[in-house]
Design a protein around this ligand. Sequence first.
Ligand code: M6R
Length: 617
Amino acid sequence: MCGIVGYVGPRNSQEILVSGLARLEYRGYDSAGIAVVDGSGHLGMRKRAGKLQRLRDSLADDPLPDGTTGIGHTRWATHGSPTDANAHPHLADDDRLAVIHNGIIENFADLRAELEQQGYVFRSETDTETAAVLLGREYRASGGDLEAAFRAVVRRLEGAFTLLAMHEDHPGLVVGARRNSPLVIGIGDGENFLGSDVAAFVEHTRRALAIGQDQIVAITPEGVAVTDFDGAGVEPQAFEVSWDPAAADKGGWPSFMAKEVSEEPEAVANTVRGRVRDGGIVIPELDGLDDLFTGIDRVIVLACGTAYYSGLVGKYAIEKWAGIPVDVELAHEFRYRDPIVGARTLVVSISQSGETMDTLMAVKEAARLGARTLSICNTQGATIPRESDAIIYTHAGPEVAVASTKAFVAQITALYLFALHVGRVRGALGAEAEAEAIVELEELPGRIQWILDNEQEHIEQLAHWMADTRSVLFLGRHVGFPIALEGALKLKEISYIHAEGFAAGELKHGPIALIEPGQPVFVVVPSPRGSATLHAKVISAIEEIHARGARVIAIAEQGDTAVLPKSDEVLRIPLAAPLFEPILAVVPLHVFAMGLAEAKGLDVDQPRNLAKSVTVE
Ligand code: M6R
């Protein structure tokens, strides 16, 4: 939530800031703003409620003077509604100091009361302005030492924050700090960058440094200095950004979501690439970590949203191939109970962004309780992998649309690789089963592509016909159940239509009461080749809802004729081994949600009230 960018160097910072914000807008789009220090050492600021385009328009109508030092922010509102006044940057010290912030300052009310008592006046309802005003006071007290003042401020803040600040007395200097909220450094030639994630600067440099918890960074055109909150020097961890800058552009597609759905085959292929050697699964990142997998008797998967659904699918594979019991839990629920976790528990977190606060906090709690931790993540340099004992990266490439699509198929793929690896290390998996799974993994990209090539148009037409639908239900069983949940979430998220996913076996325990004539129900039908019994049971569920007037849209493998008599529509997927079907069955549901949102004329990439990375609790 909230995107942050900072720049120092020889170039006009405004263009760099606004293009950085464009790449970070997925993090929040309630308002946007920038501040720059111009050539004469004057600080200029512009901010506007609404999407980044409103800021762009304002800057085009009435440009700020050029400046080579600047900070920029795109907001997802927490404290204070999305207005111009509450937009960042916030100014202090007679408007000579600018501050931007991501996170929540939990003790802001006490700090604000303290400052108000001293006569300071506030212009917004935000927690951020408290940090700005406090920094102004500390700056004066320090005799104009921005870094010392900044250290004094961050030591007083509670909660989660990334803060950037600059002062017109110090052109060529931007200071930043982070606690439980993301910030990375981009290293250029004679210029340096800060960003909530590497997307902020990847078009300028791929050289990056990760900043740890409770650390402060000062960037100038000449260099970067990182310290802890007490000013002691720290060596940041360098990494090379592997994302191609063009990968974060729409590349001619009408939306990022359309582009990202089209990249689902590639996301799976890239996640498998380099991890199959001599007919076996090899995950180089896990070299030397066998004890993580042999010394455990339980796996707990923690994640939120779509990543949680990928975990639900992964449970079937881990239990089957690795023979370990798996619990899958919403990260925000885990943390607030008394979980029974110890040294023989491996906690696997799943997060596209690697910054989801609920997941991060749950991982930390698990580690505190003695568990070992492994992160499945799509974003280099993100916090959750850095807090974990081991990492498996999904190689889906940057995902910009708020609705997660290609990351979901990549997450299931990574979970399967993990399950196969652990199964082999623990001696639970035979070579034949591993070889069969590898063939399936390698066939997946082509099979997903088949769905996009052969069914996309049909699904989009269906979505168009259903544009006025007010409620859609999704049913699935076994690995199809999490897919029903994912189909429903995607539809709610971008189409604002009521949608629910159910386990088909639950129907008669309540949900069947929702069926009335015309109610659309998507049914994920398992292959009869996997389990004839399961298949038959899902076909009976179709008959039961059809008999009560439901409009049935079946997702079934090619050649399954049993679905035909009682289905109004059949969306076909290619044949695959049963465990691999969810990675295929979800594709029509992603296409459908996107098609329906488009048919309703909605902003597919930036749905209302949401942001891509949920970095506050
Ligand atoms: O970055 P993460 O994978 O940790 O995000 C988790 C969820 O917030 C995310 O999957 C969310 O549910 C998506 N917007 C769903 O499309």
